[in-house]
Design a protein around this ligand. Structure first.
Ligand code: BEZ
Length: 419
């Protein structure tokens, strides 16, 4: 970029004083020249500096594309809170640059995602995109990020493709791939001795991929998925499907729902009288950030996730205290993922001194880092997805308590990623 006031047509390195008719001009210095030459040289030197050094580093514009309305609205808020908490802990700066935010409510609507992300990239000129919660929205963001070269950190959506076929040097995830918690639950349910299972999810990438990951591990361990049920996102009319589960009589049920939909599903499952005969399992989104509303209907439900409520590590305790102090509520997995998205951004930016254009150096720093997360330390895979422990948790009162580790340092296979 040309510094303000500079003549873009003149290369400072080739700049000369105006030629004169004085044959001695190369060696003779007049009084006027004595006075002006240092100024001219100083100006030329300043112009010769790379623009990033000649100017104070500007603010870092972070484009938050998250749901503020709809069934995932509370998740969007938790991600944003977590991200902002980490930035505040760093004095409002990452990589030496003051952070400012631009926000778009993506409504968890994939059909509006391209327009929304383009507003952030083209209208607002953001340096970094952070989003989103819904897998379909995140895939649209990943495509735009890849095409435009804008740095993207996904703080929730698990769409396998983002760190699979769509992977890129400028795309990272601080959360999970949909395959990860599903696969871990397949292992855990088989280890519990269940032989048959019915899966029930919303019909879109997150539900399809978590159920697929579950089936892969469950059937590898000798189990059988006897029925795969689903309904369109974000529908919550579960009754007909619950009747099908009762008729199928599987050993257990595997499910994926989140946010407001998860609250209703857990309550309807118990209300239909299924809970006492057919144990309900799921990925941890079924009971994370939802327990207040689910009440006793969630008690005993087992899930797999990369976070839990009573980890009781010094790192997690400090995070939880800070979060409660700032937001007057308990954090959940979404808040942790937002916090870690900011940590990852901070690590990359520190390595490139705030210059988001240095993508390869940014990526190299994040890839070799160990991220000190409230969930426990994790690393980033070659396809830029967390390699992390998957906890087996059980709801007890208002907490998702750790029962054990269902899968240690589970790495997404990154199928289709060429990087
Ligand atoms: C997803 O769409 O990827 C998703 C949404 C909420 C919770 C977990 C995953």
């Amino acid at each position: 970029m040309t510094p303000l006031g500079a003549d873009p047509g003149i290369d400072p390195a080739r700049r000369r004083d105006p030629p004169t008719n004085d044959s001695k001009s190369e060696t003779t210095v007049t009084n006027t020249q004595k006075f002006t030459r240092p100024l001219v040289l100083a100006a030329a030197a300043a112009l010769a500096l790379p623009s990033a050094m000649a100017q104070a580093p500007g603010k870092l514009k972070v484009g938050l594309m998250l749901p503020a309305t709809g069934t995932f609205a509370v998740i969007g808020t938790a991600v944003e809170n977590g991200f902002k908490l980490y930035v505040a802990e760093q004095g409002g700066k990452l990589g030496g640059r003051e952070v400012e935010f631009v926000k778009v409510d993506d409504e968890s609507d994939p059909s509006k995602a391209v327009d929304n992300v383009n507003k952030l990239i083209k209208r607002d000129n953001v340096d970094v995109l952070v989003g989103s919660v819904h897998s379909g929205v995140a895939m649209a963001m990943a495509k735009s990020a890849k095409d435009s070269g804008t740095l993207l950190i996904v703080p929730n959506a698990g769409a396998d493709a983002v760190t699979g076929p769509m992977c890129a040097v400028n795309i990272f995830r601080s959360s999970f791939s949909n395959w990860q918690p599903g696969y871990a639950m397949g292992q855990a349910m088989a280890a519990k001795g269940h032989k048959t299972a019915v899966t029930i999810t919303w019909k879109y990438a997150a539900g399809d991929e978590m159920a697929r990951g579950f089936k892969e591990a469950f059937e590898k361990a000798g189990g059988k998925v006897t029925k795969e049920l689903n309904l369109p996102f974000p529908n919550v009319e579960f009754q007909a499907l619950l009747t099908e589960i009762a008729a199928a009589k599987p050993d257990a049920v595997f499910s994926f729902f989140a946010g407001g939909g998860a609250v209703k599903f857990v309550k309807d499952y118990a209300g239909a009288g299924l809970k006492k005969n057919i144990p309900l399992y799921g990925t941890g989104f079924l009971t994370d950030g939802t327990l207040e509303a689910q009440g006793a209907d969630a008690d005993g439900v087992m899930t797999t996730l990369h976070y839990a409520d009573a980890l009781n590590t010094p790192r997690d305790t400090a995070f939880r205290l800070a979060y409660v102090k700032s937001y007057k509520q308990q954090p959940d997995v979404y808040a942790v993922q937002g916090y870690d998205a900011a940590q990852m951004l901070g690590i990359g930016l520190a390595a490139v001194k705030g210059d988001v254009g240095k993508k390869a150096e940014f990526a190299a720093a994040v890839r070799k880092a160990t991220i000190d997360s409230p969930r426990g330390k994790f690393t980033i895979s070659k396809s830029h997805n967390p390699v992390q422990d998957m906890y087996l948790r059980q709801v007890s009162g208002k907490e998702n308590k750790v029962v054990g580790v269902a899968s240690k340092a589970l790495e997404d296979p990154g199928r289709g990623c060429r990087m």
